[in-house]
Design a binder for this molecule. Structure first.
Ligand code: HEM
Length: 548
């Protein structure tokens, strides 16, 4: 009779084949049933020399050996692609690098070493070649990849998953969910948000002036990171829920902002190993911050629903754009979209704004030139108001924003897509990408690649966007993707650009700003870490109202 140990080994190999073909992330449907196999074998066996522990050890070791051998074997579909051994073996390695917050630097280094296509995970490629951008992210590209399973703030069984734009893999459903977003961020709606933006920025300016007035030495010392984060969070609150979160006024007294930032920490790591996210969801005390943030967002959604439907905020336009048969279940719809608007729209914009100001202070000649450009259009002496609709015409302002988004894209690395598991795969020119492979397009690496941005791709040089007809300058707009590309690109880009232009123009026009003398500017870039959105260190500055 065949020993039960051999049966155990055989079943472990079968379990690997099953896992490989399905890649399940649900605990209930994968780890738990597999965990029962050794138990059942021990129960059925009458061999006294075999214990459950024995069978568990054999099962787990065989399973791991089978997985690892296959991943580094020449039979793996990605075997032809170069990459470090640890990446080929397990995404746990990537999760570890992500934990340190510099995955975008690591991937850039891998592209230097291995070329434009690198195997960065057992089933994942990173492609730093602009010709692939439209193939992967474009209208006929691939659906969203497995990272989104791990970024989710709720369990896979959540019945709302079918309403979530950000993690929607089905392209047809994604297009349906995306439609109201596209309507809510163009033309008349966008114009309507201008008033909200102006009011929020006026409050911000008032607070800065007040800090200056009340400082004993007439030097307004502030941590710009915190204030700009509060400003953009308050603004998104007003846009999404019709009322500001009042962080600028009251500070983060209820810990909302802190909960959102802390809540993104684990998803930014576990997104690389989505099955671990399920363990986190199943653990009662884990993910507390994000659960509190979600509860807060739900409260706000309910409050907004109880209010005047005619209030012209984001929801007014979203609801108007919504097909009538989708209106049955408004709370989940509002909840999903408002959480998304806040998470996707506040920290990204704050990161870009902080970086814009940081570079302007590091390179004061650009600060001076920008102020000149703004003054020429909106006379400071005559107190002419900054007109938002004229800002897209300010060439240097736009060059400064682009150069900042080039060097420090707020989503630096993980634009991920993947074809369905078991699908045929795709041929792009001479490159074959097997079905089920996740593909990352890395903006940070593309934006600093000398084939696309040259000379001095690592240097801050906004003039590269202004100089025309100079054959020595390469500026390849096809490789510039801070807002991604294609049908799942940034839905809020028009609003974000409006915010970046207006807040930068107003700050530069109204205030003299310098780094706090105690601050080491070189430390700023080191402190930027990728936590799905970029987490930032303090940016201590001294501000003085210009008129004084
Ligand atoms: C400087 C500011 C911003 C940057 C750099 C940025 C960047 C991005 C990027 C790169 C993506 C695409 C991710 C992918 O392709 O997988 C994205 C998606 C998205 N962004 Fe933004 N974003 C910004 C601001 C905003 C704002 C203000 C909003 C709106 C309130 C917003 C809403 C969204 C939404 C809803 C998506 C998901 C789109 C979809 O799946 O169809 N973003 N953003």
């Amino acid at each position: 009779m065949v020993s039960v140990k051999y049966v155990d080994v055989f079943l472990a190999i079968l379990a690997h084949i099953w896992l490989r073909n399905r890649q399940p992330i649900s605990l209930r449907r994968s780890i738990v049933p597999m965990g029962l196999i050794p138990c059942m074998l021990a129960y059925c066996s009458d061999d006294p020399g075999v214990s459950v522990l024995n069978l568990y050890l054999i099962f787990v070791l065989t399973l791991l050996t089978s997985i690892l051998t296959y991943r580094i074997s020449p039979f793996h579909p990605l075997a032809q692609y170069p990459g470090p051994l640890l990446c080929k073996i397990s995404k746990l390695w990537t999760a570890y690098i992500a934990y340190r917050g510099k995955l975008h630097h690591y991937h850039r280094m891998l592209h230097f070493q291995y070329g434009p296509i690198v195997r960065v995970g057992p089933n994942e490629l990173s492609i730093c070649d602009k010709d692939f951008i439209s193939h992967i992210l474009g209208p006929t590209g691939l659906p969203k990849g497995p990272l989104w399973d791990g970024r989710s703030f709720s369990s896979t069984t959540d019945k709302n998953n079918d309403n979530k734009l950000i993690s929607m893999k089905n392209p047809v459903r994604h297009a349906q969910l995306r439609k109201p977003w596209n309507q809510a961020f163009k033309g008349t709606p966008l114009k309507t948000y201008e008033e909200t933006l102006i009011n929020e920025v006026n409050q911000f300016i008032g607070l800065l002036e007040n800090t200056y007035q009340t400082s004993p030495d007439r030097k307004g010392r502030i941590n710009l990171t915190q204030w700009i984060s509060y400003l953009s969070f308050d603004f998104m609150g007003t846009i999404a829920f019709g009322d500001s979160f009042n962080l600028l006024r009251d500070g983060d007294k209820d810990g909302i902002f802190k909960n959102m930032e802390n809540g993104l920490f684990w998803p930014s790591i576990l997104q690389h190993v989505p099955w671990l996210t399920r363990i986190m969801h199943a653990t009662p005390f884990a993910g507390g911050s994000i659960k509190q943030f979600a509860a807060f967002a739900m409260q706000q959604a309910q409050r907004r629903l109880a209010q005047d439907v005619q209030k012209h905020d984001f929801f007014y336009f979203m609801l108007n754009a919504l097909e009538s048969d989708s209106r049955n279940d408004l709370i989940p719809f509002i909840f999903n979209n408002s959480v998304l608007a806040i998470v996707a729209g506040s920290d990204t914009t704050a990161t870009a704004l902080c970086n814009i100001i940081y570079y302007l202070l590091r390179y004061p000649s650009y600060f001076k030139r920008l102020r000149q450009e703004i003054d020429e259009v909106f006379s400071f002496l005559d107190c002419a108001p900054v007109n938002i609709s004229q800002l897209p015409d300010l060439k240097l302002l736009n060059a400064i924003i682009n150069e900042t988004l080039r060097l420090q894209p707020p989503l630096p690395n993980s634009l991920q897509r993947a074809s369905e598991l078991g699908s045929q795969g795709n041929m792009y020119g001479k490159t074959f990408i097997p079905g089920g492979t996740a593909v990352i397009i890395p903006p940070y690496t593309l934006h600093r690649h000398p084939s696309y941005f040259s000379p001095r791709p690592d240097e801050y040089w906004p003039d590269r966007w202004l100089i025309e007809n100079d054959p020595t300058i390469i500026l390849d707009l096809g490789a510039f993707i801070p807002f991604s590309y294609g049908p799942a690109n940034c839905a809020g880009k028009p609003l974000a650009m409006q915010e970046l232009r207006y807040i930068t123009a107003v700050l530069v026009r109204q205030f003299d700003i310098t780094f706090d003398p105690a601050f080491q500017p070189e430390s700023w870039e080191d402190a930027l870490v990728d936590r799905f959105v970029i987490a930032k260190g303090p940016l201590p500055v001294v501000i003085t109202p210009r008129s004084s």
